[in-house]
Design a protein around this ligand. Structure first.
Ligand code: HEC
Length: 343
């Protein structure tokens, strides 16, 4: 079965041999085969184990690798000559770096609509397939696999920070493009990219989801759109996380402006996040429970308190500890709500 196109038959054989051998990394390595079409046969799903997929990501021990970091591009890991994982590219400098690395296709799995125009100016094509922290569904797995099979590499794969969703999508690319074993792919997520234990769903996808073969991805009607805007609550989170990130950095400096980022002002960011939560609280939440609405109200209240306290500080009265308490309240509502509705 070394040299024929991927088919249901070869998939079944691989599944069987993998099951018999408990999917040792040796058998995973042996399943690294190229078909005559140049697409890899994807390694069979790992069997359901007692432990989590996150735990299984520690079975293969990888050498320690530090990410490449630039002011405009973070957490950059070249997983192979075909696939690089990292953060959202911030501005021209980032796209110039990616171009210099030979990247031809950029896949974003973040909620934010990417800057396809800027990428195009550097000769790179963007594909946008937003995914969730709880893992990829079949539709997303199929679209992402099709992207890896049919668009030209090398690929740069990113979410926002390049730690969780992006590395999972890059790992799917490792299975599809590089024919990597599943254990190795989840080990790279955990040991290199630092994908959190909290996102077991992402690990599960890479460890156990059936990846459709090339006949299925070829048949899928998907035009590789560069923009897939999210609406509703997931869409509302896209600007919230960006304001929140600025505030996190500023909180460490008692909300004093960082001379390295003079354009980022704590009061302005707090005003932004407070009004974003107010807008989010008015969205249709009928898909969610009462606890969701409570946490959303908490987020509205704490972000309003933060804004008011920072305003007082600007006027010479406020208290930095009170501002920090309000910000911790915001963080607690993100965490509580995501624990139930996102992760
Ligand atoms: C009341 C509930 C709630 C609160 C509070 C909340 N979120 Fe969310 N968040 C969600 C839901 C629901 C989703 C979508 C999950 C999904 O579709 O799987 C989401 C998605 C996200 C996403 C993913 C967006 C994307 O790119 O697809 C990010 C990032 C995020 N939230 C950040 C934050 C941050 C940061 C905070 C706090 C400052 C926060 N959220 C507060 C409910 C909440």
């Amino acid at each position: 079965m070394d040299n024929h196109p991927p088919s249901r038959h070869s998939f079944a054989v691989l599944t069987l041999s993998c099951a018999l051998m408990a999917c040792s990394s040796q058998s995973a390595r042996r399943s690294t085969q190229t078909s005559t079409e140049g697409t890899q046969v994807v390694a069979a799903a790992m069997p359901k184990a007692n432990g989590s997929a996150y735990e299984a990501a520690d079975r293969v021990h990888l050498p320690k690798v530090e990410p490449e970091d630039h002011p405009s591009l973070h957490n950059v890991f070249a997983l192979s000559k075909n696939i690089i994982s990292g953060s959202e590219p911030h501005g021209e400098e980032a796209f110039a770096i990616l171009k210099a690395k030979g990247i031809r296709t950029i896949l974003s799995v973040d909620g934010k609509v990417p800057n396809a125009e800027m990428a195009a100016r550097y000769g790179m094509r963007y594909v946008h397939v937003p995914i969730q922290y709880k893992g990829m569904n079949e539709d997303e797995v199929t679209k992402i696999s099709k992207t890896f099979r049919e668009l030209p590499g090398p690929f740069y794969v990113h979410c926002f920070h390049g730690k969780h969703r992006g590395p999972a999508a890059a790992a799917l690319g490792r299975l599809v493009v590089d024919g990597l074993g599943r254990e190795q792919a989840i080990a790279e997520m955990r040991q290199w990219c630092g994908t959190s234990k909290s996102y077991e769903g992402l690990y599960e996808t890479i460890a156990r989801t059936e990846v459709p073969d090339a006949t299925i991805t070829e048949a899928l009607d998907f035009e590789f759109p560069a923009a897939h805007p999210l609406d509703g609550v997931p869409g509302s989170m896209v600007p919230i996380v960006r304001a929140n990130d600025h505030l996190k950095d500023l909180a460490k400096r008692d909300f004093e402006t960082d001379p390295a980022h003079p354009d980022v002002d704590a009061l302005h960011e707090a005003g932004k996040i407070a009004s974003l939560f107010e807008q989010a609280s008015k969205l249709d939440s009928s898909d969610y429970g009462d606890d969701f609405r409570q946490w959303m109200q908490d987020a509205v209240r704490h972000s309003g308190e933060l804004r008011d306290e920072l305003q007082k500080m600007k006027d010479g009265a406020g208290d930095v500890e009170a501002a920090k308490r309000a910000f911790s309240g915001v963080a607690a509502s993100c965490k509580a709500c995501h624990g139930v509705y996102r992760n």
